[in-house]
Design a protein around this ligand. Structure first.
Ligand code: NAD
Length: 293
């Protein structure tokens, strides 16, 4: 039987960290939600409260379940608090240097048997594992955004990941009521290897003046039956994350077809990185989103 966890540590209380905290707490795990400042952890807890409210509003959970879930989450800005966790999921910014620094801080406080996972969208699991003290107990557990809604979890083994670690991650994902797929450790795995070049191409379509923000999103929603347009989706994911993933694809596969669109670079340089910044391909600061081009 696969190893069972009691406490889940989450590093990074951003959109993904908060979503992972939501589903873990609802599934009955004790959760330690760690970030660099109390502003960030408070924003994360507020996000969890909001997503639980949404589920309450649609009768997916009861108010007792919401209260219990919130009571299971402890927010922390002290890395030592991760010492109680059986599984730690790193969900910090999609930047290898940042992730490596996080592992250097987190590994010394972990229980020897604790499993460390990354929610990276694209970076090599084997390379990240080599920056930890436990490559055999390290793997990719890649959740989709928004975590409480999306059914899929991509599991990615590094070269050293052992079977008990992989089996425990699979059992953990099942307890969260997620469906798992297994991806080999190649840049951006399966979902983002396919999704991100499509989003990048939508940005080229805008850059080259083939269509406006509105026409590109409408075209893909009504013409390809996508629930969200690609530019709306890019804003939702975060343009900084989209650019990082394209860079990983471009560097890792050395093929010019993955060249990040210069317009994507420009938006990131402007700090217009999507919904989380209030502005991206749409401006979210008013009542309804307004295209920025
Ligand atoms: P985000 O910008 O919303 O959150 C990142 C969080 O990491 C921030 O709260 C930040 O304070 C924190 N952080 C940064 N450095 C830290 C450090 N040294 N110690 C502790 N916390 C630190 O980003 P996100 O969208 O939640 O993405 C997080 C990860 O999840 C990335 O690896 C991303 O590729 C992956 N991911 C994102 C999506 C998506 O749609 N946004 C989907 C799947 C996976």
């Amino acid at each position: 039987m696969a190893r069972q966890f009691e406490t889940i540590g989450i590093v990074g209380a951003g959109q993904m960290g908060a979503g992972i905290a939501h589903v873990c707490a609802l599934a009955g795990y004790a959760v330690v939600l760690y970030d660099i400042s109390s502003d960030r952890t408070e924003a994360g807890l507020k996000r969890v409260n909001g997503t639980l409210d949404r589920q309450l509003g649609s009768d997916k959970i009861t108010s007792a379940q919401k209260a219990e879930a919130l009571s299971r989450i402890t927010a922390s800005t002290d890395v030592a608090s991760l010492g109680t966790a059986d599984l730690v999921i790193e969900a910090v910014t999609e930047d290898e240097t940042v992730k490596r620094k996080v592992y250097a801080q987190v590994c010394p406080v972990l229980k020897p048997e604790a499993i460390l996972a990354t929610n990276t969208s694209s970076i090599s699991i084997t390379r990240l594992a080599s920056a930890t003290d436990r490559p055999e107990r390290f793997l990719g557990i890649h959740f989709m955004n928004p975590v409480p809604v999306m059914k899929l979890v991509e599991l990615v083994r590094g070269i050293a990941t052992d079977d008990p670690t992989f089996d425990a991650a699979k059992a953990f994902s099942a307890r969260l009521d997620k469906v798992t797929t297994v991806s080999e450790d190649f840049p951006a795995f399966i979902v983002n290897r396919i999704l991100m070049p499509m989003i990048n191409e939508a940005i080229y379509t805008l850059y080259e003046g083939v269509g406006s923000v509105e026409s590109i999103d409408t075209a893909m929603k009504l013409g390809a039956n996508h629930p969200m347009g690609p530019l709306q989706l890019a804003d939702f994911i975060g343009l900084d994350t989209c650019l990082s993933i394209m860079q990983v694809l471009h560097d890792g596969l050395s093929d010019s077809k993955y060249r990040p669109c210069p317009l994507l670079v420009k938006y990131v340089e402007a700090g217009w990185i999507g919904r989380k910044a209030g502005r991206g391909f749409y401006d979210y600061r008013g009542e309804t989103p307004v295209p920025t081009r």
